[in-house]
Design a protein around this ligand. Structure first.
Ligand SMILES: [Fe+2]
Length: 573
């Protein structure tokens, strides 16, 4: 079966993913093609075209189009929960009851139009809606490769109505145990605090998590935001997850929290520099998320975990690596799989996996996320020749070795190779690299690419044989979705990739997963004695990760970076 998954139902992170006979063969996010981060209010036309072309699949050969957003009947509890909890905004409450599938119908129209643009005939390849949280769940479960009973966790802002999913998978089937509905959303509360702390929702949550270790979670009691206990939780919509008249408004913008929150905590944070008391708020928010989630896991998933120890996790909140570290610390969790494109981009993949499985395919586990466009050295040469900056470049015989030499000499290096990664983490194909043992390297990269807040730590890519010694665990870590405590004897050797709390969001690299990247780190190790490279994504602040050689050149000439590898070419200033 050939199943194309398309996402973009919630007006952000549209993407496409293609399964052929249960094998994920291509996937990409639309933002990379449009050069517009999160590609809000767009549909994944370029991404879908790319997925079909890369796999050599004609539009007429597609058997089904899967979409992670579904209609729900009048008696669906999510609609009634929504109506009851939004009583203070009667237009919304009534809408949920009497016109509760309006957004679905809009989405369906848009996808049918997109299918026609792609040349896919809905009469031959039916449009198959999949409930949003089942798509998240499927993306985690079907791609985890876990056999036997597996606990499934899904947490995001909101799908149709559900915000939080607890279930399990067995023999390819997904069973739902409990869902919570809007406005009772952990992702929503975290997003509201993200806005309050001066970042963009659905983008800055990472920065809040990065701020948290700088603060004290005991100074402010955030339990008044979420009441929880007895296997349930209720968000205080007088403070957060507010709509309509309850919203805090400022400069013509309205926010997902209320004026009451501002009365309690003080003015919303502006700018980049101020710390107190905001770092403490970030710490309290992070602690609250962790404690509610752990309690719910105990209620709904502990029995499955005690049987097999396997847990898979998706939804935007699954990118919270500090939460994931707390989950892994449970004695009954032996292995945690976080689907690397955990936010809504990954629902294209999940919906497609769900439909392919329903059509009889066996879904193959995720082998890697190098699922996007690739370019030959010749393509890169042509991009250089056509580029207005008139790049100086040369062909190198051994790009990994040359890159390692530059890194060892103290230079940051932009590294563009092979297929683009799917998901928010660059994993060695669209990366900026540095020597993590050289004090000041992180700062230098920040200065050269005018890039990011100091809250966001840089991350290490580690050779497989050294991972256990550095991270003190054998737990798999291929995708930078998990944080680990760095061993004390390594902290001073790789200071540039250890966060304030002593953790690192690591990627363990194997020779088979990425031979060129592996060779580069090996060559660096031969020179510096450190089997680790600092890895951050190849983009500037506010831009998506680069896709094409031209994007890489544009980024390079818009920064102070000195060296860019494009396949076997070295571009230098
Ligand atoms: Fe979602």
């Amino acid at each position: 079966m050939i199943v194309l998954g398309l996402s973009g139902a919630l007006t952000h992170d549209p993407s496409a993913a293609l399964f052929v006979d249960g094998q994920l063969v291509s996937a990409a996010e639309e933002e990379r093609f449009l050069r517009d981060k999160h590609a809000k209010r767009c549909w994944p036309l370029h991404a879908a075209r790319y997925c079909l072309e890369a796999a050599g699949v004609l539009p007429a050969a597609v058997d089904a189009v899967a979409f992670p957003f579904a209609p729900f009947g009048f008696f669906y509890p999510g609609r009634w929960h929504f109506a009851r909890r939004y009583w203070y905004a009667p237009d919304r409450a009534l809408n949920a009851l009497f016109n509760g599938n309006r957004l679905f119908r809009r989405n369906r129209r848009a996808i049918l139009k997109l299918m026609r643009q792609l040349g896919i005939d809905p009469a031959r390849a039916p449009f198959r809606p999949v409930p949003h949280h089942l798509a998240h769940a499927s993306s985690a479960y079907h791609l985890s490769g876990f056999t036997g009973k597996t606990a499934i966790l899904g947490i995001d802002g909101k799908g149709e109505y559900a915000t939080t999913f607890f279930g399990w998978g067995e023999n390819g089937q997904i069973h739902t145990r409990r869902e919570f509905y809007d406005p009772d959303s952990l992702g929503g509360v975290y997003g509201a605090l993200t806005q309050y702390l001066g970042f963009e929702m659905l983008d800055g949550e990472f920065k809040v998590m990065g701020m948290a270790p700088y603060g004290d979670p005991r100074k402010y009691d955030f339990r008044r935001l979420i009441r929880y206990g007895g296997g349930s939780f209720t968000v205080n919509t007088r403070l957060v997850n507010t709509v309509g008249l309850r919203r805090y408004k400022h400069d013509g913008l309205s926010f997902y929290f209320s004026p009451r929150l501002v009365e309690w905590l003080g003015p919303k944070r502006e700018g980049d520099a101020i710390d107190d008391p905001y770092v403490d708020y970030a710490a309290s928010m992070q602690a609250l998320l962790e404690s509610v989630t752990l309690e719910l896991i105990e209620t709904y998933l502990a029995d499955v975990l005690r049987q097999t120890g396997r847990l898979c996790f998706a939804g935007g909140v699954a990118l919270n690596v500090k939460l994931n570290q707390q989950i892994m610390a449970r004695s009954d969790v032996s292995e945690l799989f976080v689907q690397p494109a955990a936010s809504d981009a990954g629902t294209a993949l999940g919906a497609a996996a769900y439909v392919a499985h329903a059509l009889g395919d066996t879904i193959q586990p995720l082998a890697d996320v190098y699922l996007g466009p690739a370019f030959s050295t010749d393509d890169c040469r042509q991009a250089c020749e056509a580029h207005p900056a008139r790049p100086t470049y040369k062909t190198v015989a051994d790009a990994p070795l040359e890159a390692a030499r530059l890194l060892a000499a103290g230079h940051p290096v932009a590294w563009f190779q092979g297929r683009m990664e799917f998901g928010p983490r660059a994993l060695g194909n669209r990366s900026i690299l540095g020597d993590p043992s050289r004090a000041g390297m992180a700062e230098r990269i920040n200065a050269q690419i005018k890039y990011r807040e100091r809250w966001r730590p840089f991350c290490p890519s580690i050779l497989d044989w050294a991972a256990e010694d550095i991270l003190q665990t054998r737990h798999p870590a291929p995708y930078m979705t998990l944080a680990f405590d760095v061993a004390p004897h390594w902290k001073r050797r790789i200071p540039e990739v250890v966060h304030r709390d002593g953790t690192a969001r690591a990627q363990v690299v194997t020779r088979t997963s990425n031979p060129r990247y592996y060779a580069l780190i090996e060559a660096l190790e031969a020179r510096r004695g450190i089997p680790v490279v600092l890895n951050t994504s190849l983009n500037r602040r506010g831009e998506p990760i680069v896709c094409t050689p031209t994007d890489a050149l544009n980024m390079f000439y818009g920064s102070d970076l000195g060296y860019l590898f494009l396949e076997d070419l070295l571009v230098y200033k």
